[in-house]
Design a binder for this molecule. Structure first.
Ligand code: NDP
Length: 321
């Protein structure tokens, strides 16, 4: 069976303040943070012009959801790109993530409350569309006394104060989510709206049962690293070239006259997950935005599921799950 072009993604519908539904996101992490942090120490405080150009390009091509994080150090680039783009602020969905402190990235703030105010300033905004707790791996040695509970309470207060429209989490497992339900005092208004996790055919559940549990509890699942099977598959330090999807994706892509990256992003959507992707290349950005123009059949999704389940690959937070 072929699916409708516009899929229904379980969980709250994310909209911009102006009311437009958010359908795909673009990131400012991964490669940009590596470039920024790898620079000559004397240049570390400087803006990274190529990251700004990329973001302006992505916005002008049609991306509205911009993903950033304290750890990426790309708030200033996001601010500059928003100021440079022709798209009004209310038509954008700006999402960032708080670092609660983990080895080797200790928390830099004593509280999420203080960080929210600092981030708004750094981003030149008077509200954020979403704030996520970057990961649940709180480590007392690195968290300045903060706990999942204290951070979530701060985010609830930020939401009540109108500083942020949606609050959520990233890399959370089922037990971590249940803990937040308790902190929210059983009030669904303050349950996490989003759980952003690594997702692709080789990691269909970042932690046991997480996609199903999130969906059943009205939490929107966002995928980071959705294109990993195309270029990131490494085992024991060696690139793997003949993994199972290499026998499946090219045929499906050819049948639809689409790029393999589009097939993976469309697959993500049809699994009920909102993809967050990144490309510095304009033509790839346009391809990513075109995933609402075609649909995979249920059989094709099942084929990708099956090939994906024959191989496991995790690209992020190794050793934490
Ligand atoms: P992707 O899986 O989309 O990978 C992006 C990379 O894929 C880029 O380096 C890009 O390179 C390359 N690429 C894009 N299109 C193609 C293509 N058609 N063929 C081959 N390669 C391609 O997502 P990311 O891993 O970048 O994650 C997306 C965002 O998610 C990040 O930027 C970040 O904001 C967020 N994230 C969140 C994490 C979390 O813990 N919450 C962890 C990791 C990421 P090129 O520029 O050359 O096109």
């Amino acid at each position: 069976m072929t699916q409708p072009l516009n899929v229904q993604i379980p969980g709250p519908k994310l909209t911009t303040k102006s009311g437009h539904e958010v359908k795909i996101g673009t990131g400012s992490g991964t490669k940009w943070q590596k470039i920024k942090k790898g620079r000559d120490p004397s240049k570390r405080g400087d803006l990274l012009p190529e990251a700004i150009d990329y973001l302006v390009d992505a916005i002008n091509n049609g991306f509205r959801h911009i993903d950033t994080a304290e750890i990426y150090t790309t708030h200033p680039e996001v601010a500059a790109a928003i100021a440079k783009s022709d798209v009004p602020r209310e038509d954008l969905f700006v999402a960032t993530k708080y670092n609660p402190g983990v080895e080797p990235q200790p928390a830099t703030f004593d509280s999420a409350a203080a960080w929210v105010d600092a981030s708004l300033k750094e981003l030149g905004l008077d509200y954020l569309d979403s704030i996520l707790i970057h990961f649940p791996f709180f480590n007392p040695k690195f968290s300045k006394g903060q706990t999942v509970e204290s951070v979530w309470k701060d985010l609830i207060e930020a939401k009540k104060a109108g500083k942020v429209r949606y609050i959520g989490v990233s890399n959370f497992g089922v037990e971590h989510l249940k803990e937040l339900f308790k902190v929210a005092g059983g009030d669904p208004e303050f349950y996490p709206a989003v759980n952003q996790i690594e997702f692709h055919p080789y990691l269909q559940n970042q932690s046991p049962g997480i996609v199903k549990f999130s969906h059943e509890n009205n939490i929107l699942v966002e995928a980071y690293g959705p294109l990993s099977p195309l270029f990131r598959v490494v085992k024991d330090g060696e690139e793997v070239k003949d993994h199972p999807l290499t026998k499946v994706l090219p045929q499906i892509a050819e049948k639809h006259g689409r790029a393999e990256s589009q097939i993976l992003l469309r697959y993500t959507l049809q699994k009920g997950i909102l993809p967050i992707t990144t490309s510095s290349k304009s033509e790839r950005q346009i391809e990513a935005l075109a995933i609402y123009e075609f649909a995979l059949s249920d059989e094709e999704v099942a084929q990708i599921d099956k090939a994906g389940s024959e191989f496991e690959f995790r690209g992020f937070f190794l050793g934490f799950f």
